[in-house]
Design a protein around this ligand. Structure first.
Ligand code: ATP
Length: 248
């Protein structure tokens, strides 16, 4: 099991953000979490790196129970997990090659990581990843001189170089135009295709989820309301998921 959430509840003060959530992912799956704003999608993903701790229940990632993990065990799991967020966490004043190679930092000893800041190591691997994201020519450019879309490709190349067993992507395309969104999801899908790599991505756009993922999990008001193969998600289910219910 790559991810196993069992009877998970997350409380933020009085607010119950996730309520009795069970979710398991096996290796090689591409799973989308969809649902309205505030449903709990980001919280669900954040549990998988222990950025958020469950109030009750257990979270297991890559065979490690995160709720009881030591800091060292947690660091070991995090090295095997890659993430793509709306905020890209790139270092603007470094060249693209350094930001891409940052994907390898967890796998390198400290002296190698340090050396790589002076003289880029594994430039060939960085170039190859940048070619896959369509910006090989920018390998030596300063990262903060690139457009937003190009910077996102740098972040994707960093993910390709890291080659993590589990990729978590939280709303990775919400600020992109439709064509770019398709492209980013295609690349994310590639990171998880046929190589026992697993993808968990939260999306607002159900059509994108259906096109790029094998399985879709609908979350509403902190609960999983469906968990189905993409082909089984009907128009009715989609309507119910997003139906507006005035509160009070
Ligand atoms: N750190 C926090 N402290 C307090 N409340 C929080 C915190 N993080 C999230 N929440 C609340 O928990 C609920 C679930 O939030 P979450 O961000 O997980 O939902 P989401 O489905 O990702 O929403 P969106 O699609 O708008 O990003 C929301 O009501 C949100 O306001």
């Amino acid at each position: 099991m790559v991810v196993a959430l069992r009877a998970v509840r997350v409380r933020y003060g009085p607010l119950l953000a996730l309520d009795d959530v069970d979710l398991t992912l096996v290796a090689g799956e591409r799973v989308a979490v969809v649902g309205p704003s505030g449903a709990g999608k980001s919280t669900l993903l954040a549990l998988c790196t222990a950025a958020v701790r469950p109030t009750s229940g257990t979270v297991e990632v890559l065979g490690q129970d995160l709720t009881s993990a030591t800091p060292r065990q947690l660091a070991a799991v995090r090295r095997r997990v890659g993430a793509l967020y709306q905020r890209l966490h790139l270092v603007g004043r470094l060249r693209v090659v350094h930001n891409v190679n940052a994907g390898r930092l967890g796998a390198w000893p400290w002296w190698r990581a340090l050396l790589s800041l002076v003289r880029p190591l594994e430039v060939a691997a960085a170039r190859q990843a940048l070619a896959r994201t369509g910006i090989e020519a920018l390998v030596d450019a300063r990262t903060d001189e690139l457009s937003g879309g190009e910077q996102q490709r740098v972040a994707l190349a960093r993910l390709l170089v890291q080659d993590p067993e589990l990729v978590l992507a939280d709303e990775p395309v919400s600020s992109l135009d439709p064509a770019r969104a398709e492209e980013v999801l295609r690349l994310l899908g590639e990171t998880a295709t046929g190589r026992e790599r697993t993808l968990l991505v939260s999306l607002h756009d159900v059509d994108l989820a259906l096109r790029h993922c094998d399985r879709v999990v609908g979350v509403r008001a902190g609960r999983v309301v469906f968990d189905l193969p993409a082909a089984a998600v009907t128009a009715d289910l989609r309507r119910q998921l997003y139906a507006f219910e005035p509160s009070g």
